[in-house]
Design a protein around this ligand. Structure first.
Ligand code: SF4
Length: 236
């Protein structure tokens, strides 16, 4: 069944089927929809900025495809026989919460939205978002973004209060306890920490520290399966 809202378009960087490599649902077969565009730049993350620079930097805009919700659904349908999760990632999916809503209503399985948690959906108007797990990867000072741009406490609290399956996800390479506590304080959802690293070697170097850091602070450890197996390769 198609109606007007299924014709609304969203810039899509890539859609692929893989195993979720990190966070609460690590190991789950998942279809990933990566939207293009982000409201942050994260210049602190290496020479390209963030590790999904091709979904953020306007230089790569030509590689994004304006896709209608119908077209996105047609792609997802190719993998439904595997009973996958749906993961909407970016870039920043929050830029498109309203346009993405028909997709959220349509999909019958577990949905994760990977977000920097600076934008919240209108939960009262778009109530299906309450069943979504928001993987809140709030940016820390190592992102190079100003505090006021990257930490929106009211947005974090709103998401955690309305979408109960949500969790925090931080990339760690040193003792960032103070920063993590500042962000998570008073928000009662799980905190996952995972090792920084764009390659297997970097990941393995940081993993023992993050393991101890989680033990010491009562955080949950998450590995990053796709980096361990594939390094920087895209679409895996
Ligand atoms: S918020 Fe995420 S997607 Fe956006 S620039 Fe930073 S790391 Fe990249």
């Amino acid at each position: 069944m198609e109606n007007g809202e299924w014709r609304v378009k969203i810039p899509v960087s890539e859609i692929f089927y893989s195993i979720q490599g990190e966070g609460k649902y690590a190991g789950n077969p998942s279809v990933f929809v990566r939207v293009g565009g982000c409201n942050l730049k994260c210049p602190g993350f290496g020479k390209n900025g963030c590790d999904s620079f091709y979904a953020v930097d306007k230089k790569y805009k030509n590689s994004w495809q304006e896709m209608s919700i119908s077209e996105i659904i047609a792609e997802i349908k190719k993998y439904l026989r595997f009973n996958p999760d749906l993961v909407i990632t970016g870039g920043e999916p929050g830029l498109y919460f309203e346009r993405l809503y028909p997709l959220i209503k349509w999909f019958r399985g577990n949905i994760t939205i990977e977000t920097n948690a600076t934008i919240a959906p209108e939960f009262d108007k778009y109530s299906e978002y309450k069943n979504v797990a928001f993987a809140m990867s709030v940016k820390l000072s190592n992102s190079g973004e100003e505090y006021n741009k990257r930490v929106k406490k009211e947005v974090i609290e709103n998401i955690a209060k309305n979408a109960k399956k949500s969790f925090f996800k931080f990339v760690v390479d040193k003792d960032l306890k103070e920063e993590i506590e500042d962000i998570t304080n008073g928000v009662d959802i799980p905190v996952y920490c995972m090792p920084l690293g764009a390659t297997k070697e970097e990941l393995e170097k940081n993993a023992p520290f993050v393991f101890e850091f989680c033990l010491k602070n009562g955080y949950r450890y998450s590995d990053r399966i796709h980096i361990r197996l594939f390094g920087k390769k895209r679409g895996v």
